[in-house]
Design a protein around this ligand. Structure first.
Ligand SMILES: Cc1cc2nc3c(=O)[nH]c(=O)nc-3n(C[C@H](O)[C@H](O)[C@H](O)COP(=O)(O)OP(=O)(O)OC[C@H]3O[C@@H](n4cnc5c(N)ncnc54)[C@H](O)[C@@H]3O)c2cc1C
Length: 619
């Protein structure tokens, strides 16, 4: 252990993850806390990290309130509809009322925004999306964070949260290791904002073997945002609500600009509008939700999946009409260049010119995230002026652990935040964190050397395990005494895929399969005590895997608890195929007891605040 030097840092606000939410939090923490010590710790390098690393072509959440385009209430209704009723409207409204100011800052900071030549307004792609030349999006927000923080630590993976030993249920900081130097880092902090992104690669991806890593969602997003709080007993919500994306096949290129701006549409292999064919069947499952406009994302997936099972595939995007217009053709290609270059490469390699060939679409493996068209994540307090008592405990975006805050993919219940909303939520969390400190809620935190030393031993254990167990390798990488991170990952992905509603079963699961998954996940957890790492990169892989495995347990527990199929197209409970508003029009909340490792789950009311308030005003 002596070879891993320990560094100590004491600070006021510690931001874990420098993606969209983390850069927003770091920036805003400085605004409210001029005298505060603010540290941001990032697993990669904040200039090119997180889901926005490669850039984006559209900012997907902008109200346009200055021009009367949309109001926050409209966005709440939109997100509520898309998530089949299950959102925290207080969180959604709070984000929506602040998101425009965030976008205006991006504009001031030099992000190239496309403008509508006739109106001078930001160019709309759809009702909520505005178009950008966004290759430089991430470096621009990173610069704001760099100018705001006392220090940015790159290449440090946070593995554990520290807990205060003087007061129960209060955070005390975090620890991690530098993946280049192998040093151990202890950050003792008055507040921690977890902004570590969502979780890819917990379900087996479609691309395996030589194609592994080709997923829609960033392959480096490993669920730390969930595992860190779950491990210390924070409550989580809606973890069953994984997302499945309809995207261009193999490259996972985005379809938003195609549907919204190019007005392309989908058809089955016979050139038929297959969505219509599945209307009656879908109505049987979800009732009037199928008549909502726009059609909820999961229900569009449902028609796609059913049509494919019925033999109507491959499903295609009809591009051959729109691409006859040279302007739209340019937009279609540029859409990939700022964001998913790989899709253009796939088409080139397969001789697909979308002007003459309608490209294939696919549905992805499931991912867990809290900021896209999905809302898994931590159960947090809302803002004091909006939240009903069940949703409010003092500080906006504070988890059920004192001093621990979340933003972006970390936060559950608030879908459709996207890049701008995640940055905004980081700002909201940071403002509340500074207030928490100024209210003297973070006095006399005690983090003993023993707590840090114990974590240090645990963090580097995979290196020790490998050093000893490599002597027993029987062939290749096979040893009776250790499991490698890739072996563990593939085992995890198979469990999730085959039992918890992955692509192997066309997203189908049931109570018995979930029970079996929990048994297998418990054994995996046991075996992960013996995960071995041959170098620092593999040590990172080992900890990513452990975080993914804990996140998966929580996902499985939640999926088992909700005895209905709320989001057909995201997953199906074969033993409860119908949406059941009578019993399940509610949010699900879990807590894992850190001492026993057992999860407990409860139903929490979902309040439809926006229209209820309007009804009250009218009466
Ligand atoms: C494929 C894809 C396409 C998208 N397209 C759009 C779009 O067109 N428009 C739009 O507005 N939004 C889009 N989004 C949504 C947007 O990217 C997310 O909403 C946003 O990035 C979420 O912010 P976040 O900070 O929670 O996560 P991220 O931005 O992913 O940041 C998480 C950060 O945490 C770091 N991290 C993770 N674990 C650790 C750890 N243990 N220790 C330290 N650091 C850690 C990561 O390296 C990363 O930098 C897209 C998302 C995806 C995945």
């Amino acid at each position: 252990m002596a070879k891993h030097k320990t560094h100590y840092e004491d600070c006021d606000v510690l931001v874990v993850g420098g993606g969209m939410a983390g850069t927003g939090a770091t920036f805003e923490a400085r605004h409210w806390g001029r005298d505060k010590k603010i540290i941001c710790v990032e697993k990669a390098n904040i200039d090119r990290s997180g889901a926005v690393a490669q850039g984006l072509y559209a900012i997907n959440c902008y109200m346009g309130m200055q021009w009367g385009e949309n109001q926050p209430e409209d966005h709440v209704r939109y997100a509520r509809n898309d998530l089949m009723g299950m959102v925290r409207e207080d969180l959604g409204y709070d984000m929506a009322r602040h998101v425009d100011s965030t976008v205006h800052m991006f504009d001031e900071w030099g992000l190239p925004m496309m403008k509508n030549e006739k109106t001078g307004r930001y160019l709309r792609e759809g009702k909520w999306q505005i178009m950008i030349h966004g290759e430089s999006y991430k470096p621009i927000v990173a610069e704001a964070a760099k100018k705001s923080a006392d220090k940015i630590y790159n290449r440090i993976m946070i593995t554990h949260l520290l807990m205060d030993e003087a007061q129960e249920n209060r955070v005390g900081g975090a620890v991690g290791f530098n993946m280049r130097t192998g040093d151990f880092h202890v950050f003792r902090s008055k507040t921690v904002i977890v902004a570590a992104g969502g979780a890819s690669h917990i379900f087996k991806p479609r691309a395996v073997g030589e194609g592994m890593g080709r997923t829609w969602y960033a392959p480096w997003s490993n669920g730390s945002a969930y595992a860190l709080p779950i491990a210390v007993g924070a409550k989580m919500t809606q973890m069953e609500n994984r997302i499945v994306l309809c995207r261009f096949k193999d490259g996972y290129g985005p379809v938003g600009a195609y549907f919204l701006h190019l007005k392309t549409y989908t058809q089955n292999a016979n050139g038929e509008n297959y969505e219509k064919k599945w209307y009656d069947q879908t109505k049987e499952l979800v009732g009037e939700y199928i008549d909502h406009h726009p059609t909820p994302t999961c229900l569009r997936n449902h028609a796609f999946i059913q049509e494919t099972i019925a033999g109507g595939g491959p499903i295609q995007m009809v591009t051959t009409e729109a691409f006859q217009d040279p302007h739209l053709e340019t937009v279609g290609w540029e859409n990939f260049l700022g964001m998913t270059v790989g899709q253009a490469v796939v088409w080139a390699s397969q001789n697909i010119d979308p002007k003459y060939t309608n490209p294939e679409l696919t549905t992805s493996e499931p991912y867990v995230m809290g900021s896209h068209a999905t809302c898994s994540g931590a159960w947090v307090s809302g803002p004091e002026d909006l939240s009903p008592p069940e949703y409010f405990w003092g500080y906006n975006r504070m988890l059920t652990i004192d001093g621990l805050f979340g933003a972006g993919d970390t936060v559950g219940g608030s879908a459709h935040k996207f890049s701008s909303g995640s940055f905004t939520e980081g700002r909201l969390a940071a403002k509340a964190a500074v207030k928490y400190i100024e209210d003297k809620k973070a006095e006399d935190i005690k983090v003993s050397d023993k707590q840090c030393e114990d974590f240090k031993t645990a963090v580097f254990k995979p290196l020790e395990t490998y050093t000893v167990a490599q002597n027993e390798i029987t062939g290749g990488t096979v040893s009776p005494s250790y499991i490698s991170p890739i072996q563990g990952l593939q085992r995890l992905q198979r469990i999730m895929d085959e039992y918890v509603g992955g692509i192997a079963t066309n997203y189908m699961t049931n109570g018995n399969m979930l029970k079996r998954a929990l048994e297998l996940l418990a054994w995996l957890e046991e075996d992960l005590e013996k995960v071995g790492a041959e170098d620092l990169h593999q040590l990172m892989r080992a900890w990513e895997l452990k975080h993914r495995a804990l996140t998966s347990q929580c996902v499985t527990e939640h999926t088992m608890f909700r005895e209905e199929t709320r989001w057909p197209g995201y997953y199906y409970r074969g033993d409860h195929m119908k949406l059941d508003d009578e019993n399940w029009h509610c949010l699900t909340v879990s807590r894992r007891d850190p001492k026993t490792g057992k999860f407990s789950l409860e139903k929490v009311p979902v309040y439809h605040i926006v229209d209820e308030n309007e009804k009250k005003k009218a009466s």
